[in-house]
Design a protein around this ligand. Structure first.
Ligand SMILES: Nc1ncnc2c1ncn2[C@@H]1O[C@H](COP(=O)(O)OP(=O)(O)OP(=O)(O)O)[C@@H](O)[C@H]1O
Length: 967
């Protein structure tokens, strides 16, 4: 108990320790009437005065239940234990399992013990507590204490009832427990806690013995005696024990002492036992009591070492049993461990630790009640949360916070030697009688969730869901047969649970209507059912939406596949158009199927290839060029729009380095610019294109149709041939340089100029068109001598080489074919000078076969227009015979040409040498010509005498040109 002195009880008299005057007497209380007490015999009517004078003996009894119901304060009872006859007559210590083994060994100091016992026997003959009336007791200190400490008697009143030492268990039950039981049966939870010093009779009062059953057995008898067809009752029993005073533990006394756990105010996995008759209940209690921790102490041979809690639950059997109100109430009866004084018990070791645990728990319990009292006195004072300091107070939180009715039973030992314990108990517990309740929990009032969950019923089912609780409830309601068999443990099988689920699902609405006004677990059950239904409906809706979405996804997938298929088909069509249709058509139109080189850029080879604004990066194949040329020869469009020819011909390779040999290149540049090339200088041009241009120039009438374009051509400025001798040629060359010092003029142009000079009558007839006709000159040589022709051929070749793309491939066979075809042309046949030029040019280029071939071919191309279809005829053999001119005039060259041709048969595509290389070769040739000492090269050895002569002539002409240029 709390060591602090509690405030004095209102019904008691505080006796000062050193009173200077006599304390006031305890106020007299009205005698309690027990007329309605069942065990008492009927009392005959006595005169009132006599009765009053007789004192509290045989007072008229009033209905205790009515008295208790009317009281709003907490009920505090006090029972005074009778004085035991002797120490040896006490109960035998019960050792419950291992926990009960901690009985303090009977030790040593027997002398002291015997002396103590003798002293106890001597003191026990005196009492310190006197019952004044049913509500008042007087505590009188021992004489030695009165003398030494001047302690006087104290009167404590205000108790709900004072049970004297000769009170029976039934009387206590009827006065104290029966009202609680009735309230419990009416649906009100109640709690009865017995507290007092060790050995004061708490356990005896709560549990009793076989001959004198305690409150619990009597309550169970009362509860179970009626034919409770609508309700079932379950009991739970557990203890809070602290082994060696360290940690509080929970043990289920109905489950072989299984350890339990507590979460907040709820005990988990607590076993509930259905009880249907008192006998079964009493047997269960007896078994459980054997498991409780007890020990032998100096004060009690069977001292309880734990807080024992018994719960009785009423569960409605049927939901529709409206007549029998479902009772979620719980009747809780607690047998607390008795407070112990170390000096008196002389506990040591484990007992001492247990004593500390017990005393601490009782202190916390008292603090909670005191805090509640202070809070009720002064609401501004917060309700302290002392209940958190022990399991017992946590479990009894609702009671300790004034939310549920609580009844206290104070047990006191009447012996004089127990004065201090009794005094401490009375002083501590007397203020509790001022605690009031607001009747906040009338009958059939649904407690709040936490309060309900704190009950053992919910503790048992809390691990499962609320639905499980409802299942359990419904099972209990429906299984009447099991109830008739008596108390038995409930084991819900899965089958039963499924049945309950089905029944709940089917009868949800009727259940709701039936149990609308019913409190407790059933209401929770209804709530959970509604919640489950709502969740189910939501899930169904989501499921439907999910299915719709899946269907939509499937449709989208199908559409996607169809689109992809169409796209693939379309793509395939496009590919065929590009690769097959266009190309084939184009080739078929042009007849160049067999002449198409491998490096043809298909993308460039389209209709826009004729456009001058085509991408500069795009190349053009030789075959394309040839085809273009063929078309140009066929179509008047080319002739009618000569400016397009200049666009089509892109010159990019005119990048000469050697200025000595640059003359030719410069002239080629001039020639290129004469066409007013507007395209990018990077534009490639094939040799055949150049040839075609030249061919176009041969078609004089077409060019003549656009005389205004002649002004663009540089050649026009230079083509003023009045004098046709060589000096004039030089002068004209000089004029060319002066007119366009920057721009060059191609060799072919120069040659054409020379040719034009030879073609004086024509030029004379149309001097304004002479410039246009210049390019045709080479194809119509009349008066030029062989030397000039050679020079022209050289220059022309270099000009074309310079304009040709260094990267451009050209099929040698194709050119051979062209050569062949050109040989077949009557025009070519009528120009033996050209053939001579060809031979000379080829012989002078033997050092570079490739360049020589190209050069030769170009010469032929220049000298003869392209055949329209024969040139691109794939049917022509690639290894065609070399030109006849080669055979007739220069055997080495013929051999070489043949070899080249034969090699071209194996390698149809030969690469054109860059113009720069050709220029170098030409420069070398020039140097060789200047020295007139041909080196021991292969080509020089094979030069003929006539070739040498012509070479000297060309050298002279070049020198003349250079000198004119420098001047
Ligand atoms: N009213 C009573 N009538 C007869 N015997 C009683 C009465 N009260 C108590 N006793 C006896 O007193 C002894 C001690 O009682 P009890 O064990 O109930 O005390 P207790 O308060 O439970 O002690 P503890 O707290 O140590 O357990 C028991 O032998 C019991 O039989």
């Amino acid at each position: 108990m709390d060591t602090n002195s509690p405030p004095p009880c209102p019904n008691t008299v505080t006796v000062r320790r050193n009173p200077h005057r006599k304390a006031r007497a305890t106020p007299a209380t009205a005698p309690i009437k027990y007329s309605s007490y069942p065990d008492l015999p009927e009392i005959s009517v006595f005169p009132r005065k006599e009765i009053l004078s007789a004192g509290p003996e045989n007072p008229p009894l009033e209905p205790p239940s009515k008295h208790i119901r009317e009281s709003k304060n907490i009920k505090v009872f006090i029972r005074i234990r009778p004085i035991l006859a002797s120490k040896g007559s006490g109960k035998v210590s019960v050792i419950a399992g291992s926990k009960a083994k901690s009985a303090w060994p009977q030790n040593p100091a027997k002398k002291n013990t015997v002396a103590g016992e003798k002293n106890v026997e001597r003191k026990s003959s005196r009492v310190c507590v006197n019952v004044n009336d049913s509500q008042t007791v007087t505590l009188s200190p021992p004489i030695d204490l009165q003398d030494s400490k001047r302690i006087k008697s104290e009167t404590y009143g205000g108790f709900s009832h004072v049970f004297s030492s000769d009170s029976s268990q039934v009387e206590v039950y009827e006065r104290m427990v029966k009202p609680i039981v009735e309230d419990f049966l009416d649906g009100t939870s109640g709690m009865l806690a017995a507290l007092g010093p060790s050995g004061s009779g708490k356990t005896h009062t709560v549990f009793g013995c076989v001959r004198e059953p305690g409150m619990v057995p009597l309550a169970l008898r009362r509860i179970l005696e009626e034919n409770q067809s609508s309700r079932s009752f379950y009991i739970t029993m557990f203890e809070i024990y602290s082994e060696r005073g360290k940690v509080e533990k929970l043990f289920d006394l109905l489950q072989d002492g299984a350890e339990l756990s507590m979460q907040q105010s709820n005990v988990k996995c607590l076993k509930e036992v259905l009880v249907s008759d008192a006998g079964h209940a009493e047997s269960l209690l007896a078994k459980a009591m054997l498991k409780r921790a007890t020990a032998v102490t100096k004060t009690n041979s069977q001292s309880s070492r734990s807080q024992c809690i018994i719960n009785i639950h009423a569960i409605p059997k049927k939901c529709e049993g409206v007549s029998a109100q479902p009772n979620p109430a719980v009747l809780t009866i607690i047998d607390l461990a008795g407070a112990e004084r170390v000096k008196k018990t002389r506990n040591q070791g484990t007992r001492l630790l247990e004593s500390n645990f017990i005393n601490n728990t009782l202190v916390v319990f008292g603090m909670c009640l005191r805090s509640l009292l202070e809070h009720q006195k002064n609401p501004k004072k917060p309700l302290q949360k002392h209940f958190q300091n022990s399991m017992l107070t946590r479990y009894l939180r609702d009671y300790l916070e004034g939310k549920k009715r609580m009844t206290l039973l104070l047990t006191a030992k009447p012996g004089e030697e127990d004065y201090l314990d009794t005094s401490h108990l009375l002083r501590q517990a007397s203020p509790y009688m001022k605690i009031k309740y607001d009747d906040a929990e009338p009958s059939n009032v649904v407690p709040n969730k936490r309060q309900y969950q704190s009950s053992s019923t919910m503790e048992h089912v809390k691990p499962s869901s609320m639905l499980g609780n409802a299942k359990r409830i419904r099972l209990v309601c429906c299984e009447d047969s099991n109830e008739e068999k008596g108390a038995e443990e409930r084991h819900i099988s899965e089958e039963e649970a499924s049945k309950v689920r089905e029944s709940d699902a089917n009868n949800c609405i009727p259940l709701k209507s039936e149990c609308r006004s019913r409190p407790g677990s059933e209401r929770n059950h209804i709530i959970m059912q509604n919640f489950a239904k709502a969740m189910l409906s939501v899930l169904k809706q989501y499921n439907a939406k999910l299915k719709v979405a899946e269907l939509e996804i499937q449709k989208q997938k199908q559409n996607y596949l169809e689109l992809q298929k169409d796209f693939n088909e379309f793509k395939a069509c496009c590919t065929c158009w590009k690769l097959g249709n266009v190309d084939n058509d184009f080739q078929s139109q042009l007849g160049l199927d067999g002449l198409r080189p491998s490096n043809v850029d298909e993308q460039a080879f389209d209709a826009q290839a004729f456009d001058a604004q085509a991408s500069p990066e795009k190349g053009i194949s030789v075959s394309q060029c040839c085809s273009i040329l063929d078309q140009s020869n066929e179509e008047p469009r080319f002739g009618t729009f000569p400016e397009n020819s200049s666009r089509e011909v892109s010159v990019s390779s005119s990048k000469s380095e050697d200025l000595n040999a640059l003359d030719l290149e410069i002239e080629s540049h001039k020639f290129t610019q004469a066409f007013d090339v507007q395209v990018s200088p990077e534009k490639d041009i094939s040799v055949s294109q150049c040839c075609s241009i030249l061919d176009q120039s041969d078609e004089e009438p077409r060019l003549g149709t656009s005389p205004e374009n002649s002004s663009r051509e540089v050649l026009a400025s230079a083509s003023k041939p009045e004098d046709l001798n060589a000096s004039e040629v030089e002068i004209e060359s000089h004029k060319l340089n002066q007119v366009s010092p920057v721009k060059d003029i191609s060799v072919s142009q120069c040659c054409s100029i020379l040719d034009q000079s030879d073609k004086e009558p024509r030029l004379g007839t149309s001097p304004e068109n002479s410039s246009r006709e210049v390019s045709v000159s080479s194809s119509k040589p009349e008066d030029l001598n062989a030397l000039e022709a050679e020079i022209e051929s050289h220059k022309l070749t270099e000009a074309f080489d310079a304009q040709a793309s260094p990267d451009k491939d050209i099929s040698a066979s194709h050119y051979c074919n062209i050569l062949d075809l050109s040989d077949k042309e009557p025009r070519l046949d009528t120009s033996p000078e050209n053939s001579f030029r060809e031979v000379s040019a080829s012989s002078s280029k033997l050092e570079h076969p490739n360049a020589l071939e190209v050069e030769t071919e170009i010469e032929l191309l220049v000298s003869s227009p392209f055949p329209k279809y024969e040139a691109s005829d794939p049917s022509l053999p690639k290894d065609a015979a070399p030109p006849k001119e080669c055979d007739l005039r220069d055997e080495p060259k013929r051999d070489h040409t043949m070899a080249t041709t034969s090699s071209n048969a194996e390698r149809p595509k030969r690469r054109i040498m860059p113009s720069s290389m050709l220029l170098r070769d030409l420069s070398n040739l020039d140097r060789a010509d200047e020295t007139e000492k041909p080196k021991g090269s292969r080509g020089s050895k094979k030069l003929a005498a006539g070739d040498l002569k012509r070479t000297n002539g060309s050298v002279n002409l070049i020198r003349l040109l250079k000198s004119n240029r420098h001047t």
